[in-house]
Design a protein around this ligand. Structure first.
Ligand code: DGP
Length: 112
């Protein structure tokens, strides 16, 4: 999608701190980290949020989680949290599906 920030980041049109990339997925450091390790995993295909996952595009979710496992393994990170905010009331500020990966500190539950 031409006016989507995360599509531009995945395409390399907006600079980012890449931590992982394959044909379907891009992962990069969050600009406003909430933990010592905080990166975002996005599908290169534009999907607005978890609410737009369908049987036709669900394979990209598996690709995102495969990327999460590989990236954390490569970083030596064993304990981490994966979060996807869906909709403004849930805290979503960028309307392109993304998974936050947070690690490096104790996590509380439930999230605020
Ligand atoms: P959410 O609020 O769940 O939609 O998460 C969006 C995240 O994206 C937020 O933690 C900050 C991050 N973010 C927003 N703009 C940029 C950017 O230009 N570069 C990077 N690296 N991260 C960004």
């Amino acid at each position: 999608m031409s006016d989507c920030l995360f599509c531009k980041i995945a395409a390399g049109e907006v600079p980012s701190g890449k931590v992982y990339e394959d044909e379907r997925v891009y992962a990069f450091r969050d600009i406003d980290p909430q933990a010592p390790v905080h990166f975002l995993v996005i599908p290169k295909e534009h999907i607005g949020s978890c609410g737009e996952i369908t049987p036709d595009n669900a394979h990209v979710v598996a690709s995102c989680f495969t990327a999460i496992a590989q990236a954390t393994r490569e970083m030596g990170v064993t304990d981490f949290r994966v979060v996807s905010n869906c909709g403004a009331k849930a805290g979503q500020s960028v309307p392109h599906l993304h998974f936050h990966v947070l690690a490096g500190r104790d996590m509380s539950w439930p999230p605020g």
